[in-house]
Design a protein around this ligand. Structure first.
Ligand SMILES: O=C(O)CCC(=O)C(=O)O
Length: 288
């Protein structure tokens, strides 16, 4: 039996995340994967599609449908309440670094990926033709709230899988319960390959990696996590793409902090459920 909204909220508040939540039907998943493959053709080169497809829900109807998907919003509302703002969205794609002989459509290693691996190999001491893991894209341990600079509540991130996501292709990892630890210090990562926009990471001695939990997903499922939850992900060392669509939502009571070191701009906020009594953001009127 599917958990009730109250059960989902209680579990989220206890662990700081939920995982393996079903969202897309087979047809919806297929549509999304075909449409994403189209974007990969349009924006030739993985440099772009791995992290730069940012807020494209404003441009493509199929992405708009994802950020407003009833199964996504049902979970978001169960946790945040009925008045919800969509803050941001981004595709995060880790491309294969090994050949995939099975041939699985969008998951196939592309010629670009092969070329990238060869370039990396040339630079590294990787042996047996394998790229050096230390140079591959990964996501350093961090808390989303540090990046967003919000107060009065937290941000909720949805991680919606377009591909199966597992240990080998670098699924999301979380440290359960850390959403209750408050804001931890962040620094610039010294390890090359951190995909995060401002290269932030929590110093290693503050992360209890022995408590880390992998969140594998089947394509079409999502996980959700709290902005204070410590999370990250390892490189993709497999022959399969790992593409996720990350959507950030906030309750309308949340507001931006004044941070002279890094002023933030919130240009695309939009109320996706209920009403906004607070008007902390200059939200756009609606999505198409
Ligand atoms: O895609 C990943 O591996 C990390 C995603 C992430 O950091 C996030 O959703 O906040």
């Amino acid at each position: 039996m599917a958990p009730t909204a109250t059960e989902l909220k209680a579990l989220y508040e206890q662990q700081g995340f939920l995982t393996e939540l079903p969202v897309l039907s087979n047809t919806e998943l297929q549509e999304a994967r075909v449409a994403f493959a189209q974007l990969e053709k349009e924006f030739v080169g993985q440099e772009y599609t791995q992290y730069s497809l940012h807020n494209v829900h404003l441009k493509y109807d199929w992405v708009t449908r994802l950020v407003k998907h009833p199964k996504v919003l049902d979970v978001v509302k169960a946790i945040l309440g009925s008045d919800v703002i969509l803050l941001d969205s981004r595709f995060i794609c880790k491309y294969p670094t090994q050949p995939n002989n099975k041939g699985q459509g969008g998951n196939d290693i592309t010629n670009d990926a092969r070329k990238n691996c060869e370039v990396e190999e040339g630079k590294t001491s990787g042996h047996h033709g394998a790229p050096d893991k230390a140079l591959l894209p990964f996501v350093a341990w961090h808390q989303d709230i540090r990046y967003w600079g919000l107060d009065g509540g937290s941000v909720l991130s949805v991680w919606l899988a377009l591909d199966d996501s597992n240990k080998d292709n670098g699924a999301l990892q979380v440290i359960p319960g850390t959403h209750l630890s408050g804001l931890l210090p962040h620094q610039s990562s010294e390890q090359p390959g951190n995909m995060l926009s401002v290269n932030q990471e929590i110093p290693k001695d503050l992360v209890e990696t022995q408590k880390a939990m992998l969140c594998p997903l089947l394509a079409g499922q999502m996980s959700v996590h709290d902005g204070f939850l410590v999370h990250g992900s390892d490189p993709n060392t497999s022959g399969h793409r790992r593409c996720g669509f990350v959507i950030r939502y906030i309750p309308t009571c949340v507001y931006p902090i004044e941070d002279p070191d890094r002023p933030r701009r919130f240009n695309v906020t939009v109320v996706v459920s209920g009403t906004d009594k607070f008007n902390h953001f200059n939200s756009i009127s609606d999505l198409v």
